[in-house]
Design a protein around this ligand. Structure first.
Ligand code: CP
Length: 333
């Protein structure tokens, strides 16, 4: 398909990309999924450096296989085996040198790698983007997970055909530890951008940060969607077309796991996602989670393996969004 020329362009959040560009990327993802042979070796000789400060199963492997199928090389770098991990080399030097070898750099950087100082991971990614003349791809930082968000909206479109006007519940779920805000932030921004009627359901103290909420409100106003909030898990699921479950930590005690624990523990049973909660949703509702998930702690087996669950299809689609993004960013037109 004919694409607009793209020079160095970073993928740090979906919010920074025009809606037309995201639409183009989604269209491309569908084509990549349906016509794999068309794209085989289309990026022959190109390479991507994958830099992981933290573990990954899906992001690492989907990107690696995507690169292989496109004829590229993907090199895995663990931060513990790189100079930058020991703080002995600057982001500037690392970014410039790696850009001499590679056509793109992907980076995963969770809150624990920046002492849980909120947005510090995102700041480091933007520092990479400032110095690297090649695209920087956010493999999940402490604020955004754009490849997951792209996959999620692609998957919702695939399953529901029309997304505008459909009800999605982004539901907090209990987890033994406070988790990053990147996935809830990203799914909230992308679903409001695409005109969905979004209910953000969470217990008290688990509000997302005001900057993200303001962007989501603006997205909903512009797209004709809506954004509501609920502290009542069972009521919030009523008539939902999509239930997206995810655990996240409280912004109120961000980085202080000891102080956060008493906020979270009271919800261990009521916000463990149970099969009965899905009974109030539409008959053909879909249940999503980005994975990994702690079974029977975050959600019952009956939910994850139940008739509404599409978690494996969602995870599979990570391969196609990884391929389409690489093609979009690196194909010479
Ligand atoms: N969903 C996701 O990003 O999975 P990984 O942490 O395994 O990459």
């Amino acid at each position: 398909m004919a694409l607009k020329k793209v020079k160095k362009k970073d993928f740090i959040s979906t919010q920074e990309w025009d809606k037309e560009e995201l639409d183009e990327l989604l269209k491309l993802t569908k084509d990549v999924k349906l016509n794999p042979k068309k794209y085989r070796n289309s990026l022959d000789g190109k390479s991507i450096c994958m830099f992981f400060y933290n573990p990954s199963t899906r992001t690492r492997n989907s990107t690696q296989v995507a690169a292989y199928q496109l004829g590229m090389q993907a090199t895995f770098n663990s931060i513990k085996d790189s100079w930058i991990g020991y703080k002995s080399e600057s982001v500037k030097d690392t970014a410039i040198v790696l850009s001499r070898y590679y056509d793109a750099i992907g980076i995963r950087l969770f809150p624990n790698s920046v002492n849980w100082i909120y947005k510090e991971g995102n700041k480091i990614l933007r520092e990479f983007a400032k110095w690297a003349p090649v695209p920087i791809i956010n493999f999940e930082d402490d604020q955004f997970h754009p490849l997951q968000a792209l996959t999620d909206i692609f998957t919702i479109k695939e399953k529901k055909k029309e997304v505008k006007g459909k009800k999605v519940v982004i539901s907090w779920a209990y987890h033994p530890n406070p988790l990053p805000l990147s996935v809830p932030n990203s799914i909230l921004l992308i679903t409001t951008r695409y005109g969905m009627n979004v209910t953000l359901a969470h217990p008290k103290n688990y509000e997302l940060d005001d900057e993200i909420l303001n962007m989501a409100h603006q997205n909903a106003n512009e797209s004709g969607g809506s954004l509501e909030f609920s502290n009542d898990i069972e009521d919030s699921y009523k008539d939902a077309d999509v239930v997206y479950i995810k655990s996240w930590g409280s912004i109120k005690e961000y980085g202080n796991a000891k102080a956060e624990k008493p906020l979270r523990v009271p919800y261990r049973d009521s916000w463990r996602i149970q099969e009965k909660y899905l009974e109030n949703t539409q008959n053909d509702s879909i249940l999503m989670h980005c994975l990994p998930i702690r079974r029977n702690i975050v959600a019952e087996d009956a939910v994850i393996d139940g008739k509404h669950s599409i978690v494996y299809d969602q995870a599979e689609n990570r391969l196609y969004t990884a391929k389409s993004l690489l093609y979009y960013l690196l194909k010479e037109k």
